[in-house]
Design a protein around this ligand. Structure first.
Ligand SMILES: Nc1ncnc2c1ncn2[C@@H]1O[C@H](COP(=O)(O)OP(=O)(O)OP(=O)(O)O)[C@@H](O)[C@H]1O
Ligand SMILES: O=C(O)c1ccc[n+]([C@@H]2O[C@H](COP(=O)([O-])O)[C@@H](O)[C@H]2O)c1
Length: 215
């Protein structure tokens, strides 16, 4: 994958990014991916289809600031994400580790500036909308780029009733207009329904612990 390393004295300047051309539609999908699973893949492929994205970048985070346990080693999670993604439109990155950003608001501010002209959309599962109002500068995130939220079992109603969903209610696009989201004036968001995947990294970690206890 070609990278962009144009000179820029501002913070985040040493950052090498996957190639993105002006006008392209890119989904940014942050996550712990500890480990990655079919839920991540389904969300990404549905977002590509429904938002007509050119690509989805998985931003494998050094650590979710709201989680009290540290995730597994970044190199292991990146390798597992590469193996799981297995689609040329999904690009696995460690940009937050390179930028040394911890909060999504900081990450997205840098990416939006570096990728001016690219139509960026923040992607997340419905469980994250439930607690989005606890994220640092969440209103600023909603001003920085449009957001697409993908349905997840047990989160649909809680997500729509959440403080952030309520606060941003008037900026929600109809799902039938999802393809208008990339490049839309902000704030703007959409809730995407589709195949719901009852899979989580927590369950997979619990399974592998049981597995190793048996062997
Ligand atoms: N099954 C799923 N359906 C829809 N979205 C999902 C699903 N699994 C994860 N996501 C979304 O993917 C992003 C990254 O999630 P993460 O890597 O933390 O996976 P997780 O399964 O939620 O992990 P954990 O169980 O450790 O919290 C989040 O926005 C989350 O909402
Ligand atoms: O910036 C924040 O305050 C913040 C709080 C909670 C989660 N996030 C981000 O949300 C993404 C999903 O996190 P996770 O742990 O559910 O995979 C990941 O990119 C986190 O860094 C960000």
């Amino acid at each position: 994958m070609t990278t962009d390393d144009a000179a820029d004295p501002a913070p985040g300047s040493a950052l090498r990014l996957p190639l993105a051309l002006p006008g392209q539609r890119i989904g940014l999908f942050g996550g712990s991916f500890d480990p990655p699973h079919a839920g991540h893949l389904t969300l990404s492929l549905m977002a590509i289809r429904r938002l007509r994205l050119d690509a989805v970048w998985w931003l494998v985070t050094p650590g979710n600031p709201l989680k009290d346990h540290a995730p597994g080693a970044l190199a292991r999670r990146l390798a597992a994400a590469e193996a799981m993604a297995n689609d040329p439109r999904i690009v696995v990155t460690a940009v937050e580790a390179s930028m040394k950003t911890r909060y999504t608001a900081d990450t997205l501010a840098i990416l939006a500036r570096r990728l001016a002209g690219v139509k960026l959309v923040w992607l997340m599962g419905a469980d994250n909308l439930c607690q989005f109002h606890r994220w640092r500068h969440w209103r600023q995130i909603a001003q920085t780029m449009p957001i697409a939220v993908y349905d997840r079992p047990a989160s649909t109603f809680r997500a729509m009733a959440s403080p952030a969903a309520q606060a941003l209610a008037r900026f929600r696009l109809d799902e039938s207009d999802a393809a208008l989201l990339p490049g839309h004036a902000t704030p703007a968001w959409v809730f995407l329904h589709g195949p719901r995947v009852a899979m989580s990294s927590t369950a997979l970690r619990a399974g592998s612990i049981k597995e190793s206890a048996r062997s």
